[in-house]
Design a protein around this ligand. Sequence first.
Ligand code: GTP
Length: 597
Amino acid sequence: TDPAIIRNFCIIAHIDHGKSTLADRMLQLTGLVDDRSMRAQYLDRMDIERERGITIKSQAVRMPYEKDGQPYVLNMIDTPGHVDFTYEVSRSLEACEGAVLLVDAAQGIEAQTLANLYLAIDADLHIIPVLNKIDLPSAQPEKYAAEIAGIIGCDPSEVLKVSAKTGEGVRELLDHIVAEIPAPVGDAEAPARALIFDSVYDTYRGVVTYVRVVDGELSHRERILMMSTKATHEVLEVGVISPEPKKVDRLAVGETGYLITGVKEVRQSRVGDTVTSAVRPASEALSGYQHPNPMVYAGLYPIDGDDFPVLREALEKLQLNDAALTYEPETSGALGFGFRIGFLGLLHMEIVRERLEREFNLDLISTAPNVVYRVIMEDGSEHIVTNPSEYPTSGKIAEVHEPVVKATILAPAEYIGTILELCQTRRGIQQGLDYLSEDRVEIRYELPLAEIVFDFFDALKSRTKGYASLDYDEAGEQAADLVKVDILLHGDPVDAFSAIVHKDKAYAYGIAMAGKLKELIPRQQFEVPIQAAIGARVIARETIRAIRKDVLAKCYGGDISRKRKLLEKQKEGKKRMKMVGRVEVPQEAFVAALSTG
Ligand code: GTP
């Protein structure tokens, strides 16, 4: 394809502002998917994506389009909108020349609208501002067009207005994409260089590598070289997604598509790497991506210890598809062999866990997540602690450092008071407050990551009736007064329950945690004391009284089906129990720390 007729673009938006719906309309309007086979969120292929109604993985789709009798090829890259997946967004942006900035006409600009907009500006993309959902009675297109214009520095009349639901204005948007977004430029004669922006493991086809060709071309049957690993492969298939995978002979300058090399070894196709020709290699790789740092860590353990190798293999495969995932093996006295896994945030953690369970048929226990601490000892040595159980217990600690973030909160002005109060109780330091319009403010705070990563967003939402949005970025670390709180069950410390918390909150945490565990751990045949302790000092205590567990006693020998039901229910309840010493502990207990923050 002649690069002059190619337009590579993505849609960036805050969550729920309608990206997937707009993508659906574009697929229909360009005739790629006919009305009969149309289903909502066509591009969200993963079951989890469809069920949760959110986009996790980016997708690149090729659509034919005609404007004034001239054919064009539009490559649309759909991007995720949640704060945990900013990394995926910036990867997608690298493969585009333009971005559609989509804003809900009933909501206005939100925190991720801004975050994504800044990423797009950094990537030098041409921005097309668009208001969506203009069919809603509550839409205020004029007001929000002014808001957007104020931020990107255009005239309010230049903000397009569409309804992704009804299709109104979508054709005009496609025309603007063709007219305004620059065609890709590259050197067709130069040695091939293509950026890997995604890699997926497919059970039937092996590794599928998604690329954007920058220079030269990649063709069927040629030998390619992965520039960072130096591995060479034969290309068994090249193709484009349109909207299902479709074979082509070659991918040329400016095109996006996929490569299949028959490789099963997942590490050979790294996101961010440059693909070149093995026969005529390029001398310099493309700049690639910065690897994202995990924000939180948690332990994942198979309930059945025999599943450990399965979990290892599953993580290997998932990592290829999710470059942000990091893991290393660890052992827990309470939980046995498992992995310590680094995540970008809690949603990322939930999704990884769900994918491991569904796609690899595993039953897992996860421990409460924590951030990374840097512990500096008086003798000058340092420990990086990604697991509270690694917190040094011998030697004198000089300082403990915790990660901090710069947070941006957008909300209606009437909630300023309650938001400031929330940030204050989370050890925040205010950095600024600006009015975006008469009744909407942008509040900036520096906060410890540990204070915001767990339940901050929920607290913020409930205080603002759902109207506030949040985005945050790493901002280094700070020294803080932190201590390790251990939990003892039946006299034995359970490593998986240890947590690092601020000194001022340690007592409250210990009491809440002991109380929570008392609720969550079922009565056993014997009495089980629960204690919270800092070092040798016990700060809270609860007791689970003994009981003789006999569920059938309640039935008085009656109805047999009722009995069976009860037994099944009990079996179901057992599924996620783990023996810790002599005590049976349910899965919920391991993440109880989450809700006692
Ligand atoms: P993520 O993929 O999770 O980031 O969300 P998204 O931005 O892709 O949003 P999605 O397309 O899933 O739309 C969110 C909700 O808004 C859905 O319930 C859509 O039906 C609805 N919606 C999208 N566009 C319109 C529109 O133009 N008008 C109306 N009334 N509703 C819309």
